[in-house]
Design a protein around this ligand. Structure first.
Ligand SMILES: [Zn+2]
Length: 185
């Protein structure tokens, strides 16, 4: 698991996150106002039943997204979601966190897709530029580039420029990858 933690942490930094280790198996990644907890689990079940443990442990009341990296990530993600639901029934506690599963057997691809999706979902928390570019395919309003970052895509195996577009008129969000360095041809 240690190698996996190292790999994930270095990838998250490449994608613009600042990393804080909360525990050996729990990392807090922040970028702008966006807070992401990443949990590395070797098990495929939760050790506790009381949802308060989960919420405390992962600081879920102060987290936008939780990435679960595990051999059977989907199974645990399911349990975590049930636990969050239970918190609502038991304690009237509404935890608003999106859960992403990253299976270690497809680590590179799953992690990249999870990060793409987190950055796009929470773009209002991470916007780093504002630039008009083109028109919105949905409402024909002005489209803005609100996020740009260069990184080495593990899926495409080349350096890419990622851009996230936002239409303030209809709310559309678009994630695009540009092959600026022409390594895909
Ligand atoms: Zn639009």
């Amino acid at each position: 698991m240690k190698d996996i933690v190292k790999k994930v942490v270095s990838y998250l930094s490449e994608r613009g996150f600042h990393i804080n280790f909360l525990r050996e198996d729990l990392v807090r990644a922040e970028q702008g106002q966006l807070k992401v907890s990443t949990w590395f689990s070797e098990k495929d079940y939760l050790d506790w039943y009381d949802p308060l443990n989960l919420i405390d442990e992962f600081q879920l009341n102060d987290t936008n997204a939780l990435i679960i990296v595990a051999p059977r990530a989907y199974t645990i993600a399911d349990e975590v979601l049930h636990s969050i639901e239970r918190a609502r029934y038991w304690y009237d506690l509404f935890i608003n966190v999106k859960v992403y599963s990253v299976d270690v057997t497809v680590l590179d691809k799953a992690l990249e897709e999870a990060v793409n999706s987190i950055l796009t979902n929470f773009i209002d928390l991470t916007a780093n530029i504002v630039q008009t570019e083109g028109t919105c395919p949905r409402c024909k309003g002005t489209l803005y580039v609100v996020y740009a970052n260069t990184f080495f895509s593990r899926i495409l195996k080349c350096q890419v420029l990622e851009k996230i577009y936002r239409c303030p008129n209809c709310g559309l969000k678009i994630h695009r990858i540009e092959d600026r360095y022409r390594c895909l041809r």
